[in-house]
Each structure stands twice: as structure tokens, then as C-alpha cells.
Design a protein around this ligand. Structure first.
Ligand code: COA
Length: 261
């Protein structure tokens, strides 16, 4: 399935239990536009309802970049209020939707992951990179602040000192440092091996019990995903024998006889 503008700058492809979202804006290093954010939103909506999809992979088909961030070129004509209403809130909402997908997600990063591009990778559950990749939140150097979850997700992942090192100095770090700091979970050689390894990881996750994987993800992200975990827990509780007993005793106007598991 293709989403967004023509040619599509963001594609969703579902193959059995593994879904793949691919950034494909070749001429601008995958810089993110509003239509791409809308396409990502639509992809997430589809994945939230997709029965049988167990893992989501997010990658890029650009040879040099995962994503060079928000499309700065489109900011010029916007007033501060329009900027906040459209770009900031839209990106924030969509990245939150990606981060709180029921399925775990894996970002396959090769080349640059800058600004919104790094924030996109941070919204995934796992990150795998190739040795030539680089990571930065350079917003301050263009008079902006990371606004799509970067300050919070990066800080949770690598701690405030290292996050400030990156954000306040617009410092770019390499893959080895990202691995050392826990920003990425694995570094694997060269592009074909990167996608092979990410596919292998996705298959590993897909072989685990899907409800257990999804609950565990949301418990780990409890601050962000507490409400989704609550929804799942409520659903699971309904599947237990005591839920049936509770309903039947209510209808029969008698005390419930709950049993231990
Ligand atoms: N927004 C809009 N366009 C972008 C972009 C962005 N974030 N990042 C790259 N591009 C565009 C360039 O303008 C250029 O377009 P053009 O060919 O029409 O001029 C094209 O992508 C290729 O980029 P170019 O700068 O020629 O490649 P490079 O290898 O010399 O430099 C970067 C790559 C990423 C270092 C440089 O493009 C850059 O600094 N981009 C901004 C990154 C950034 O600050 N992101 C955070 C945004 S808050």
C-alpha cells in the first residue's frame, strides 16, 4: 500500500506478521513534510487495527539518510501560531501514535538521523544502525527546539547529561557512541546486512506471544502507555472465568462465587 504524495514519500507494506514503513523522499534526504506526517498517521491507524501484524519495521530507502529531520524549507511562510498548530502538534501527535502502537517497532538506521529524523527513530522501541550512521538533534542551530518528543525520549534513553551534550551543542554522534550510550541497541555492518538483521530481529519478536509482547512493551513505557496497558488489561480480565461469574451473578441477583486461578 502507498500513502502520501505522488511519488509516495512514505510507504506501508505488510508481509504476514511484519509491517514495514519506508521513508522514500529521495531528493531531500527524507526530510519530513506535513503530507508525510499525515501518511505516517494513516499507517499507524491501519496498524492499530491490523489483525496479525506483530512487529513494525521503520526504514529508509535513501542510500545516505534515514531522515534529515523536519522539512525546514516549509517553515518560512508560517506564523509562530501556525507553526505550533500544524507542525509541532501534528508531529508530536503522530510520533506519540507511533510510539504507542500496540506492536513493537524497530528503526533500521543507516546514514543520518537528524532532528525530527532522530525523534522518529526514538519513537520506535528498538534501533539498529550501520557503522556509518550519525545522530543529532541540531534544532538549536536553526533557532528551534526538538518538539516531536526528542527531549523526553532521548533523555529517558541516554540520561540528561548526554542528552544536553547533544541538544545544547547540536553535537552529532556516531554509531559507536550511540551504541555505547544505549541510543541504539545494535550496530551491524553495511546496508544489506542491516535490513537482514532487522528482519531477523522482527521475526524473533513475531514468534513470541503477541499479547505478552504488547503488554510488556506498554508496561515498560508505562508513563506514555499506561492507558493502553489499562485497555489491554481490562480486555484480558474479561477473558478470565471470574469475569463470567461476575456477570452471571449480577444477572441472577446472587452473590458472586469467585475462584482462585
Ligand atoms: N529540510 C529541508 N530540506 C532538507 C533538509 C531539511 N531538514 N535536510 C536536507 N535537505 C535538502 C537540502 O536542502 C538539499 O536540497 P536541494 O538539493 O534542493 O538544495 C537536499 O536535501 C540534499 O541536502 P544537502 O544539504 O545538499 O546534502 P549534504 O550532504 O551536503 O548535507 C545535511 C546534508 C543533512 C548535513 C544538510 O542538508 C543539513 O544540515 N540539513 C538540515 C538538517 C537539520 O538541521 N535537521 C533538523 C531540522 S530541525
Amino acid at each position: 500500500m502507498s500513502l502520501s504524495q505522488d511519488p509516495p514519500a512514505l510507504r506501508l507494506h505488510v508481509d504476514g506478521p511484519i509491517a514495514r514503513i519506508t521513508l522514500a523522499r529521495a531528493d531531500k534526504l527524507n526530510a519530513l513534510t506535513l503530507p508525510m506526517l499525515q501518511a505516517l498517521d494513516a499507517a499507524c491507524e491501519q496498524l492499530e487495527r491490523a489483525h496479525g501484524v506483530r512487529v513494525v519495521v521503520l526504514d529508509s530507502d535513501h542510500p545516505q539518510a534515514f531522515c534529515a529531520g523536519a522539512d525546514i524549507g516549509q517553515w518560512g511562510p508560517l506564523t509562530p501560531a501556525q507553526m505550533w498548530r500544524s507542525w509541532t502538534r501534528m508531529g508530536h501527535r503522530v510520533f506519540h501514535r507511533l510510539a504507542t502502537l500496540p506492536q513493537p517497532s524497530i528503526a533500521a538506521v543507516h546514514g543520518m538521523a537528524l532532528g525530527g529524523g532522530l525523534e522518529l527513530a526514538l519513537a520506535c522501541d528498538l534501533r539498529v544502525a550501520e557503522p556509518g550512521s550519525s545522530f543529532a538533534l541540531p534544532e538549536a542551530s536553526v533557532g528551534a527546539v526538538p518538539g516531536w518528543g526528542g527531549t523526553q525520549r532521548l533523555t529517558r534513553l541516554i540520561g540528561p547529561g548526554r542528552a544536553k551534550h547533544m541538544v545544547l551543542r547540536s553535537a552529532r554522534i556516531d554509531a559507536a557512541t550511540a551504541l555505547d550510550w544505549g541510543l541504539v541497541q545494535e550496530v551491524v555492518e553495511a546496508a544489506p546486512l542491516l535490513s537482514a538483521r532487522v528482519h531477523e530481529l522482527a521475526q524473533e519478536v513475531a514468534q513470541r506471544a503477541p499479547e505478552a509482547v504488547q503488554l510488556a512493551k506498554q508496561l515498560i513505557d508505562i508513563e506514555a502507555g499506561g492507558l493502553s496497558a489499562e485497555t489491554m488489561a481490562a480486555g484480558l480480565a474479561q477473558a478470565l472465568p471470574n469475569a463470567r461469574e461476575g456477570t452471571e451473578s449480577f444477572k441472577a441477583k446472587r452473590p458472586a462465587r469467585f475462584t482462585d486461578l
